[in-house]
Write a protein of this length. Structure first.
Length: 228
C-alpha cells in the first residue's frame, strides 16, 4: 500500500507557521517546509500531469519546486499593511496553456489548516478578457445559463468573488442578465475536507472536480477565443 501524497504534517506545519510567521522561525524550520509541504505539493502536481492531460489537455501543470504550479510561500508585502513574510497556505495554480497569467481561466487548489478548496474560472480577468466574457453572456444568455447551472457542476461548486455595485458600462441596469454581467470575478469554489486531501484518492478527487468544472471553463475559454 502506497503512502498518501499529502500527509497531516503539511497542515501541522501551516498551523504552526500561522502562529510563528517570522523569518527566524521559518529559517529554523525550513527543512520541515521542504519535506512536509513543498515536496509533497510538487509531487501532487507531478501525479496530476498525466490524468489532467486527458481530462483537460489545455491546462498545464509544471511540477517544479521553483517557478512551477506550486506558488511561492513568500508574500509580496510591498503594498500591504500586513507585513508577515509568509503565506500560511499552499496554493497550486493550474493555468491555461494559452495564457500563463493567473487571471486567465484555470484551476486553483488551496490547502490551509483552516480551509481547503478547489476553485475554477477567471479570477479578476484583465479588462479586454472581462469585456469578452460579458459580451458572450449578453449575446448568448442560454449558453451561459447552461454552463452556470449545469447540475454536475453546481453539485460541488458555488459561485464566489466580487461584483460591481452598479451596472457595467454599455449594459443597462435592467438587463435580464445584469447580476452576472456585474461580476468582476468569474470563479466558482468547491470546498474540500482535509481528510480528502490526505487520502489515497486525492488525485482522483482533483481530476473529478476538474471534469465537473468543464461547463464553466469551456464557456469562458470560448468567450475569449482560446481552446479548451
Amino acid at each position: 500500500m502506497t503512502s498518501p501524497i499529502i500527509s497531516p504534517r503539511l497542515f501541522k506545519f501551516l498551523r504552526e507557521l500561522k502562529k510563528n510567521n517570522d523569518r527566524d522561525w521559518f529559517a529554523e524550520n525550513k527543512a520541515r517546509y521542504e519535506s512536509d509541504v513543498r515536496e509533497p505539493a510538487v509531487e501532487l502536481v507531478r501525479r496530476l500531469e498525466k490524468p489532467l492531460s486527458r481530462a483537460a489537455p489545455m491546462l498545464g501543470v509544471v511540477p517544479k519546486g521553483h517557478g512551477g504550479s506550486v506558488m511561492r510561500i513568500y508574500r509580496d508585502t510591498r503594498f500591504s499593511k500586513d507585513k508577515t513574510p509568509y503565506k500560511t497556505n499552499v496554493g497550486i495554480s493550474i493555468r491555461h496553456q494559452a495564457d500563463g497569467n493567473i487571471h486567465a481561466p484555470g484551476i486553483y487548489l488551496h490547502l490551509a489548516s483552516d480551509e481547503c478548496f478547489i476553485a475554477t474560472g477567471c479570477w479578476r480577468p484583465e479588462r479586454t478578457t472581462l469585456a469578452a466574457i460579458r459580451a458572450a453572456i449578453a449575446e448568448d444568455p442560454k449558453a451561459w445559463k447552461r454552463a452556470r447551472d449545469n447540475k454536475s457542476f453546481r453539485a460541488v461548486y458555488s459561485f464566489a468573488g466580487e461584483s460591481l455595485k452598479t451596472s457595467p458600462r454599455d449594459y443597462d441596469k435592467d438587463h435580464p442578465m445584469i447580476d452576472d454581467l456585474k461580476r468582476i470575478d468569474f470563479i466558482a469554489v468547491a470546498p474540500l475536507q482535509r481528510q480528502q486531501i490526505t487520502s489515497d484518492e486525492v488525485v482522483d478527487l482533483v481530476i473529478d472536480h476538474v471534469k465537473k468544472a468543464k461547463p464553466l471553463m469551456r464557456f469562458l475559454c470560448d468567450a475569449i477565443d482560446v481552446p479548451y
